[in-house]
Design a protein around this ligand. Structure first.
Ligand code: PMP
Length: 310
């Protein structure tokens, strides 16, 4: 194993030592990508201690992803929420990245096999810093448009966060890094902007904020919803509309967001500077609101924080 970032993993209802949380090589999900998962963060806040951010929405999406693939997770949403809190406590974490994953285990070969079978469920929680780097949060990432398109709507559902979808993300992200970019952004099959390898995209021009619609082959992110809500609360107009590639070149500001990437400015696209080539004022203001939820300067009007240690 590369490293052991935490002591324990929640595995099918049991707390297991990290090194013992293993599966068989014939695990269905390894062969066929038959898993659905979430990425969730917990932050240390000054008033409520360690809190999970939007726990209910993330685990609800886990169940939604499972439903799309006709998977049965043998627990209730409340049980998964409780297990998520449990594994953070068990590892005694102050902040965490949390990875619940439901998958078909060693149930036999074949694509028809899963029908009627229950999934396994594991939840890992460990410390994880800024995904695109601390520097990027401040100064932005250089992004490149990928030669790989996102999935067409009638091929695989991008609204379900399934393991198999991440082969697309890996191609986008590997190509971007090979070309010297910090992250890759893909177009959808209609040629409009879709999303980053693991992030949704917002484009700002003349004070109007636009993000790509749910029909642009995106995973509709919970951070995307957070950023839209915060911007509207700050008085900005936020549109969900198709975004043409050249709008990226002509934007005053671009930001990308996701649970791992949090809220990160994009400072160039395909080598063309976005605005003045740094972090723009609206991006900075919404970052301040976003991180303010965790450092206590933004009031949690929406009840997005669930305390871990009561
Ligand atoms: N798109 C993709 C492909 C992702 O993997 C993610 C990260 N889960 C996102 C968007 C952002 O989603 P969220 O804000 O819910 O983490």
């Amino acid at each position: 194993m590369a490293k052991q970032p935490a002591e324990y993993i929640w595995f099918n209802g049991e707390i297991k030592p990290w090194k013992d949380a293993t599966v068989h090589v014939m695990t269905h999900a390894i062969h066929y990508g038959s898993s659905v998962f979430e990425g969730i963060r917990a932050y240390k806040t000054p008033d409520k201690g360690t809190c999970v951010f939007r726990l209910q929405e993330h685990n609800r999406r886990l169940f939604d992803s499972a439903k799309v693939y006709r998977m049965t997770i043998p627990y209730t949403l409340d049980q998964v929420n409780e297990a998520t809190l449990d594994i953070i406590r068990k590892n005694d974490l102050q902040s965490a990245y949390i990875r619940p994953i439901a998958f078909y285990g060693d149930i036999g070969m074949g694509l028809q096999v899963p029908f009627g079978q229950e999934t396994e469920l594991t939840i890992a929680a460990f410390e994880w810093g800024a995904y695109l780097g601390e520097e990027a949060i401040k100064n932005g990432v250089d992004a490149g448009i990928s030669s790989w398109n996102r999935l067409a709507a009638n091929t695989m559902p991008t609204g379900a966060k399934a393991g198999g979808n991440y082969l697309s993300s890996q191609l986008i992200s590997m190509e971007a890094r090979r070309h010297g970019y910090g992250e890759g952004i893909a177009l959808d099959r209609n040629g409009y902007i879709s999303e980053g390898a693991g992030e949704n995209i917002f484009v700002i021009r003349d004070g109007v904020v636009t993000t790509t619609p749910k029909t642009a082959a995106i995973l509709p992110g919970i951070t995307r919803d957070t950023v839209m809500t915060l911007l509207r609360d700050m008085g900005y107009e936020v549109r969900e509309e198709n975004i043409a590639r050249e709008a990226m070149y002509l934007a005053d500001e671009i930001l990308m967001c996701g649970t791992a990437a949090e809220v990160t400015p994009v400072r160039s696209v395909d080598g063309i500077a976005v605005g003045n080539g740094g972090r723009g004022p609206i991006t900075e203001a919404v970052q301040e609101k976003f991180f303010g939820l965790f450092n206590g300067t933004t009031e949690d009007k929406w009840n997005w924080l669930t305390p871990v240690y009561e």
